[in-house]
Write a new protein. Structure first.
Length: 333
């Protein structure tokens, strides 16, 4: 197993300076790059210390690690990040991990090797491996979408979002309620949003509330909702995301259930499509673009060794549309 840059240079037949330039994100020929990459992967080479390599001059690049690219929330956040970075003469590099935790950790180390100035991390959860990587690379990191006391974090007010939706549902006379959530491994969506709903519904003693779980995928939400609607008929299904809500709407349509006359549906997110579909979806809007801009501003401040609040909290906004029936207006219900 190779242990040093000298080992790599000998096996690749190139100068140590060429290997060092490659590891530091500098220019090398395509042929040389492929040769060095092959040797590193084949020999499982890992630099002994990132702190030593980071003594070199940093670039004006900010690394952004995202779990998926096919997401409205991610795309809007990235647009905000990119615009704010460009206006401050920084550039964004993106690493998509396809919801693979190992790739997420690897991306943190890879960005450190490339001498980026800071990292914006969009993660569904924060593990000990994340914390270890962040400590080892010793460069500024901001966590977006989740909160951790050891990392500068920017989050949306998920608990308040749940409260707003729960109160709205009750104000429309709904008492037989199903909340279709996601895994609690995702603290923001899986726990905080649900807590807000539970807190709001606790104020209604005659409520019949059930809590079920599905995945973030629309296709899975269709299947979960189909099974649910075969067994029971709530007056409303409150969905943890807009994508899940769209899955519920499709399941209802396939069963000939009219929305909102026979079933009301809500979501969280405020995706553009929720305003276009019919009936338009009642949802809680998250300001992803603004969050991206704020995350970029914060990481620039940290890169320049200026103070930043450990936690930044973004507001949310209830958007009332057509997918929720007002049961109080119908005395027969």
């Amino acid at each position: 197993m190779i242990k040093t840059i000298s080992d790599i240079s000998r096996m690749a037949g190139v100068a140590k300076s060429t290997v060092s330039r490659y590891l530091n994100g500098g220019p090398v020929s395509e042929k040389t790059r492929r040769k060095i990459e092959h040797i590193i992967k084949e020999q499982n080479y890992v630099p002994n210390t990132f702190a030593q390599s980071l003594k070199a001059k940093k670039t004006n690049f900010i690394g952004t690690v995202v779990p998926r690219l096919d997401s409205f929330a991610t795309s809007q956040t990235l647009i905000g990040i990119d615009e704010a970075l460009r206006s401050n003469h920084y550039q964004m590099l993106i690493s998509n991990t396809s919801q693979d935790m190992d790739r997420e950790i690897e991306a943190i180390y890879d960005f450190a090797r490339q001498k980026i100035s800071g990292i914006i991390l969009l993660a569904a959860q924060v593990t000990e491996a994340h914390l270890t990587a962040i400590k080892q690379i010793d460069i500024p990191v901001i966590l977006v979408g989740q909160k951790n006391d050891q990392i500068h974090s920017l989050i949306h007010d998920d608990k308040q979002a749940g409260r707003l939706m729960g109160r709205h549902v009750l104000s429309k006379g709904h008492r037989k309620i199903v909340y279709l959530g996601v895994t609690e491994k995702d603290e923001a969506v899986g726990i905080r949003r649900k807590e807000g709903i539970e807190e709001a519904l606790a104020a209604c003693p005659d409520c019949e509330a059930s809590y079920l779980e599905t995945s973030f995928k629309m296709s899975d939400a269709v299947l979960t909702a189909s099974r649910l609607l075969e067994e029971t008929r709530p007056s409303i299904i409150v969905c943890a995301t807009d994508n899940i809500a769209l899955g519920v709407i499709k399941a209802a349509h396939l069963k000939g259930i009219r929305i909102p006359e026979e079933l009301s549906v809500t979501g969280f997110g405020g995706y553009d499509i929720t305003e276009i579909i019919h009936p338009a979806l009642t949802t809680v809007k998250y300001h992803y673009y603004e969050a991206g801009k704020k995350a970029a501003d914060n990481i620039i401040q940290l890169v320049n060794e200026k103070p930043v609040d450990k936690l930044t909290l973004m507001d949310v906004e209830l958007i009332e549309r057509e997918s929720v029936d007002n049961l109080l207006s119908n005395p027969l219900l």
